[in-house]
Design a protein around this ligand. Structure first.
Ligand code: SF4
Length: 74
C-alpha cells in the first residue's frame, strides 16, 4: 500500500535549489522568496516525494508518515 506523507519544508533550511520541484512538480513549488512550498491536492506518488526529499541538499523536506506519525525523513 502506498504511503501518505505529511510534508513540511523547513524554510530556514531551504536554499531554493529547486531539485525537489524538478522531481515532484505537483508537490513542490518555489514561492516569491525562492523557498519551496508544499502544494495542495493529489500531488505525486509517494516514491517520487521521497526521492525529492532525498534530493534536497539541505534536508529541508520533512516527511512524516500520516498513519503512524513517525518521521520517516530525514
Ligand atoms: S530541494 Fe530543498 S533547498 Fe531546494 S527548493 Fe527544495 S526544499 Fe528548498
Amino acid at each position: 500500500m502506498a504511503k501518505k506523507w505529511k510534508i513540511t519544508v523547513d524554510r530556514d533550511l531551504c536554499i531554493g535549489a529547486a531539485s525537489c520541484v524538478a522531481l515532484a512538480m505537483k508537490t513542490f513549488a518555489l514561492d516569491s522568496e525562492n523557498k519551496a512550498v508544499v502544494l495542495e491536492g493529489e500531488g505525486d506518488p509517494p516514491e517520487l516525494i521521497k526521492l525529492a526529499a532525498e534530493s534536497c541538499p539541505t534536508k529541508a523536506i520533512i516527511l512524516v508518515d500520516e498513519e503512524t506519525g513517525e518521521q520517516e525523513y530525514p
